[in-house]
Design a protein around this ligand. Structure first.
Ligand code: GLN
Length: 454
């Protein structure tokens, strides 16, 4: 069914970079056989899933949306991929993304943009626009994404899907081609909060292959979503983040956000305003920490070990080959961040840039701590506007970066977050998302409040 839908609409939406019809049908048949046999099944056994092309998959290309990895087929599965396979979820294919997960519109993919299924002249968000669009276009009921600064939540908001960034370290990053190791998290992209809870519990938990993996078991999320679905939020304290609302936020987004806040009150929650003054500097800190980490991560694409190799004419040295390959293999946004990161890490500049950014990071963690002494969850709009037109911000990196104003603080602090559909804009009929944030390892709160709001 989903393969038929992909065949019918993906020519226009372009959510997928690779479709594995044969593999998915084989896995589906195996699932049918288990069911016929009366085997004990995982709740999601047989439910197809799409996987962002930044997660390694045995036998399936993994390009990270880059020419640099065109044709590369990994010899190993990411831990999350292994987990979904073991639970019997057929993998439909790999989804489009901004190159190496840098972007907010999926327009930085080397393989062409994904379109927003709500309106094909709009962006689907990024970097995980492919996963979000696949779910929004009913090409897949579930997808996996990764969120370093908002790449699950912001695409969720602009495509009307649910997207979750789990607590840092609670889902394995093994087999995730790193953008920024201290910020990256794998998470669910789904149509309902309960689906996200089921997928999140499945992919979460300790992994000895990831040195930052937490040992706390990832449980209670499905129960929390079921409890929330009753619509009773009595006793729950919710904080509206003062700094992430109002000025700079599109009025149609604010209108829907305010409706969500009213709904929280109606469901019995105690809603107050909370201030997090350091969030104002989150974006500046992020755009130093992220380029610093990614410039180091991307050094491995040297044309010697894997990926593209361009050999210039004449008698080129190894360095000539590296230069030519990196020039041809990386797109503009990737190059911009490598240059920024290398500069920030240069000797003599470390304290002025990276060191300062780390201090801001600490202040943001403290802001969260203080806020969570007052409330159980925080709430804000996920993204400052609805989906903008393809091409609208492509030549203006700063405007593109602004998309993640509300999502970045959670990555810097390691806290979990969810984006939930909050209805459609009165102005353009496009989806608006509301974001909930909880303390580290309290992901269950997102599901309780999220399911009530849904
Ligand atoms: N848009 C952000 C960036 O470009 C988010 C990236 C992400 O979460 N992968 O860095």
């Amino acid at each position: 069914l989903y393969l038929d839908r992909i065949a019918a609409v993906d020519g226009e939406v372009h959510a997928f970079l690779h479709i594995d019809a044969e593999g998915a049908l084989e896995q589906a048949a195996a699932s049918d056989a288990r069911r016929a046999n009366g085997d004990a099944l995982h709740a999601l056994d047989g439910v197809p899933i799409a996987v962002k092309d930044v997660l390694t998959t045995i036998g399936l290309p993994t390009t990270c949306g880059s020419k640099m990895l065109e044709g590369w087929v990994p010899p190993y599965d990411a831990t999350v991929v292994k987990k979904i396979k073991d639970a019997g979820l057929p993998i439909l294919g790999k989804t489009n993304m901004d190159e190496f997960a840098m972007g907010s519109s999926t327009e930085h993919s080397a393989y062409g943009p994904t379109k927003n299924p709500w309106k094909l002249d709009r962006i689907p968000g990024g970097s995980g626009g492919g996963s979000a669009a696949a779910v929004a276009a009913f090409e897949a009921p579930l997808a996996l994404g990764t969120d370093t600064g908002g790449s699950i939540r912001q695409p969720g908001a602009v495509t009307g899907t649910v997207g979750v960034k789990p607590t840092y370290g609670s889902v394995s990053r093994y087999g995730l081609v790193a953008l920024a190791n201290s910020l990256d998290q794998v998470g669910p992209v789904t149509r309902t909060v309960l689906d996200s809870a089921l997928l999140h519990e499945l992919i979460g938990g300790h992994d000895p292959l990831d040195s930052t993996s937490t040992t706390t078991p990832v449980t209670g999320l499905v129960d929390a979503a079921r409890a929330g679905a009753t619509g009773d939020l009595k006793g729950v304290k919710v904080g509206v983040i003062k700094e992430l609302a109002g000025e700079g936020w599109a009025p149609d987004v604010m209108a829907k956000f305010n409706e969500s806040v009213d709904l929280l009150t109606k469901l019995g929650a105690d809603v107050v305003e909370v201030s997090t003054p350091s969030f104002e500097h989150a974006m500046a800190a992020y755009y130093l920490i992220l380029p610093a980490e990614c410039s180091s991560n991307l050094a491995k694409f040297d044309a010697m070990r894997y990926g593209l190799r361009v050999t210039p004419d004449g008698d080129p040295s190894a360095e000539d080959v590296m230069k030519a390959s990196r020039d041809a293999g990386f797109g503009d946004e990737v190059k911009r961040r490598i240059i920024l990161g290398t500069y920030a890490l240069s000797s003599g500049y470390y304290d002025a840039y990276y060191g300062q950014a780390q201090k801001i990071r600490t202040l943001i963690i403290e802001d969260f701590k203080k806020a969570f002494e007052q409330v159980d969850v925080l709430v804000s709009p996920t993204s400052p506007s609805t989906a903008f037109k393809l091409g609208a911000k492509l030549d203006d990196p700063l405007a593109m970066y602004m998309q993640d104003l509300a999502t970045i603080p959670a990555n810097l602090a390691g806290t979990p977050g969810i984006s939930i559909p909050a209805g459609v804009s009165d102005q353009d009929g496009l989806p608006v998302g509301v974001q909930l944030l909880a303390p580290v390892l309290e992901d269950a709160r997102l599901y309780r409040v999220g399911a009530a709001l849904e």
